[in-house]
Design a protein around this ligand. Structure first.
Ligand SMILES: CC(C)[C@H](NC(=O)[C@H](C)N)C(=O)O
Length: 622
């Protein structure tokens, strides 16, 4: 019997605090990673973003490894501890790799041996990916294991609170670590404080581990049942081989292709594999949701840069977790109970389908915003055109004729305007509030806010300093961005509503439909849909885009609608199961473990029927 508080096992307190600290550590480190690549290692934008995306994809592929270790070998508890140690070592390694003084022998403020810093940070990132991905499927499943059969309502609330902790950790760390980076620190020279920005996430990971260990005495720990993954692979392999051997029509058909393993394998294992395969099959269309979801960080960020408003980076990195923190309680306490009261069965798979449709609507909203932005953007010359600007300071109107075969290129960057060599200069700056022309002691100052996205030309007559600065003419070549960033809020709201319906439900569904000894494996399968979605984004980004961005948004929205229709058809044919009941049934048929079975039957009878309905459970025999 586990210790309880308000109907919840006390042990889950340690698990949700552990998740909060771990997500703080992960998202905090991620928030400054590209900046570290760009401004510390001095990589270019392409290399920095490629390595960043490869790291994120790796973090969602390693859950398979963690799940295999947990379900087949160490059990969830030990896997979480060992891989958290690997994770903490990775974070510390990463933080050390950012100390510029280690290799700054000449004390000029920049590291002298970049290879050392690159090697150390890559090692750190690999350990982090192994740790964060490895523990991810285990922590959620381990949390679920703490609940007993009669606590299914509390189990659902746990997954919502778990998701809230993920987002609270993400929100705080994304706000805090960039501020830490902006501090100055160093032994020989003062530089931007990357060691602090990466060091705090490392400390949080150590705290996460300590909190998890502190709950040791209270956890329900299930032991792994041997090398389950290997048995699963062998069993599937045998079923395929046996089916092939008996392909002639003279052999009677079997109800399910896995039944061809009956000759050699335990019925219980076959039943468990059937349960897992049914859910994994259902997951096939799901990466499409993540493909759209993950574009928040790429296409939508770029969209924001063509809009007006000064809070780009803050809005982008925090709007999603803030909305999650607001929407999860509203959905759980208000919307879902209300739907249930209306007598509608809003089963998990229906919620996930509606979640996908919300994400599709978010992209329609993004397309509408893009159309508004496009109206305000200047027409840039295409690859087969040139743009010519002629400034007439002569006292009379002049006619300009252009010979189509001649190309004119004037290009000079810098801040010095020479009168003889270069008479033209382009300066691109962020946050331009004032602009001064200095000539010895004399100067002209233009103090005002220059709009984002705008381009200005200043015409300086030869008499400027003898006359006065009034004679300088300012021409607005390109208008500042005028579509306000607030217009992006509906798309963020829609995608986050979709996330709550899709992701929180998917987490619960993956746990509830998995047999006891494969809970982590199914969590890992769920996380893999996220990894595949990320990889699709990378491929799409590489393949290029449609000529019109709004058209690309609409294409993605249509694809997701198509996928959600396919998913809803698959979901229609899916029958919700109670894995424990099926396992008990198989055992009964095999005449095994009567005491154990009796206990399980009793527990099942005690189950609250209302709670079953809430989950849309239809019992079936697999
Ligand atoms: C990747 C998951 C969907 C989840 N992310 C979020 O909840 C974001 C921050 N809204 C995670 O487990 O990190």
């Amino acid at each position: 019997m586990t210790a309880e508080c308000c109907g919840y096992p006390i042990s889950i307190f340690f698990i949700v605090v552990n998740e909060f600290c771990e997500r703080f550590s992960y998202y905090g480190m991620r928030a400054v990673l590209v900046l570290y690549f760009r401004y510390f290692l001095l990589w270019d934008d392409d290399l920095a973003t490629s390595i960043y995306h490869a790291f994120v994809a790796l973090c969602y592929l390693t859950p398979i490894l963690g799940a295999i270790i947990a379900d087949s070998w160490l059990g969830k508890f030990k896997t979480i501890i060992y891989l958290s140690i690997v994770y903490a070592i990775g974070q510390v390694t990463m933080a050390i790799s950012t100390i510029h003084d280690i290799t700054d022998a000449n004390r000029d403020g920049t590291p002298d041996n970049f290879t050392f810093h690159i090697a150390l940070s890559m090692l750190g990132l690999i350990l982090i990916a192994l740790g964060t991905g490895g523990i991810k499927p285990c922590v959620a499943a381990f949390g679920g294991d703490q609940f007993q059969e009669h606590q299914s309502r509390q189990l659902n609330t746990f997954f919502s609170v778990f998701y809230l902790c993920i987002n609270a950790g993400s929100l705080l760390s994304t706000l805090i670590t960039p501020v830490l980076r902006a501090q100055e620190c160093g032994i020989h020279t003062q530089q931007q404080c990357y060691p602090l920005a990466f060091g705090v996430p490392a400390v949080l990971m150590v705290i996460s581990l300590v909190v998890f260990i502190a709950g040791s005495g209270m956890y329900v720990k299930t032991d792994p049942e041997g090398n389950i993954m290997w048995s699963v692979c062998k069993c599937i392999g045998f079923a395929i081989k046996n089916r092939f051997r008996h392909r002639s029509s003279s052999y009677p058909k079997r109800e399910h292709w896995m039944d061809w393993a009956n000759e050699k394998y335990d019925k219980l294992l076959i039943a468990q594999i059937k349960m897992v395969l049914k859910v994994l099959f259902l997951y096939i269309p799901l990466p499409m949701f993540w493909t759209l979801f993950d574009q928040k960080g790429s296409r939508w960020t770029l969209q924001a840069t063509t809009m007006s408003g000064d809070f780009v980076s803050i809005l982008i990195s925090t709007v999603n977790p803030i909305l999650i923190l607001t929407l999860v309680p509203i959905m759980d306490r208000l919307i879902f109970p209300l739907i249930q009261k209306c007598g509608l069965n809003f089963s998990p798979l229906k919620r996930m389908t509606v979640g996908m449709l919300f994400a599709a609507m978010a992209f329609v909203s993004a397309a509408l915003v893009q159309i508004e932005i496009d109206k305000t953007l200047p027409n840039f010359p295409s690859s087969s055109e040139s743009q010519l600007k002629v400034v007439n300071t002569y006292s009379t109107t002049l006619n300009v004729t252009i010979s189509p075969n001649e190309h004119l290129l004037i290009e000079s960057f810098g801040v010095q305007l020479h009168t003889s060599k270069h008479t033209y200069s382009t300066i691109s700056c962020m946050f331009v509030n004032d602009f001064s022309l200095i000539h010895g002691e004399q100067w002209c100052e233009f103090s005002r806010k220059f709009g984002f996205g705008a381009s200005y030309t200043f015409l300086i007559p030869s008499t400027v300093f003898s006359d006065d600065c009034e004679s300088i003419t300012e021409v607005e070549d390109m208008k500042p961005n005028s579509v306000h960033m607030a217009l992006q809020i509906p798309q963020y709201f829609l995608i986050t509503t979709g996330e709550v319906m899709f992701s929180v439900t998917g987490l619960q569904f993956s746990y509830s439909q998995a047999p006891k000894n494969m809970k982590s494996v199914l969590q890992a399968g769920w996380l893999c849909t996220n990894a595949v979605g990320n990889i699709i984004v990378l491929i799409v980004a590489e393949l290029g885009k449609l000529p019109k961005q709004w058209a690309e948004y609409l294409l993605f929205a249509s694809l997701l609608v198509a996928v959600s229709i396919i998913f809803s058809i698959m979901a229609y044919f899916y029958t919700y199961i109670d894995p424990a009941e099926i396992e008990a049934q198989v055992r009964k048929e095999q005449g095994l473990e009567p005491e154990e079975m009796e206990k399980e039957t009793l527990e099942m009878e005690e189950k609250d029927e209302d709670q079953k309905n809430e989950q849309g459970v239809k019992q079936t025999k697999i």
